[in-house]
Design a protein around this ligand. Sequence first.
Ligand code: GTB
Length: 238
Amino acid sequence: MRKAFAINAVTRMASRHFRSLSMIPTITAFERSPDRGKGLARDMRVRWALEEVGQPYDVRLVSFAKLKEPAHLALHPFGQIPTYEEGDLALFESGAIIFHIAERHAGLLPDDANARARAIAWMFAALNTVEPPIFERALATILERDQPWYEQRLRVLEDSIRKRLGDLSRRLGDADWLDGAFSAGDLLMVTVLLRLKGSGLLNEYPNLLVYLARGEARPAYKRAFAAQLAVFTAASAG
Ligand code: GTB
């Protein structure tokens, strides 16, 4: 049993090593991000994951019109960014892309099987449990502001968000990361929570503010942010 585990670990490490040497992946990102360089578009999380594992990558910038053209729809059935191409593999969905990166490179998922399963649970929690009300709120503030029921809807969404934040804050306590070492679960959770910056909702949870700052302070995060911002800055200058 222990021997099989060791062989699997060696095979996984060798496979990560060769794959990471062999192909430069290409991701897609907005040609001009509507967030004006705030790092909120979801290519940011893919860039961050690639930076964490030290995998160089190329970026293909796409316009909103191009997203809905056949060439892009062949890569992404819903006509969105990000996508990820590596050799003959094409992926969509930021969570699936990050899971793929984490499976093939060391640094984003623990080797211990149980710890790995728990880190994957945090990836799902970020995307399925915490992100939905946060994203709904962001959409509502853009698209529904003029509706007569806007304030009421905002209150309902903010109550759902507070519930999630309270639970998350309690679980995190004074730990640095959600479950031991930094993982893809933290990477996704931080990117999800970042959308609340400036909303005031995080101020009630000082440990979550510190958690976010810890994520943003990671050199890999900073490189990813700078790369995404450079695209916006160049597009604005041109
Ligand atoms: N579940 C998918 C994933 O996680 O990959 C969702 C992908 C997605 O929502 N992509 C958005 C997109 O391509 C960009 S990131 N939208 C274009 C479309 O659907 O036609 C979401 C986003 C959009 C705008 C901002 N912003 O302006 O701040 C931030 C994030």
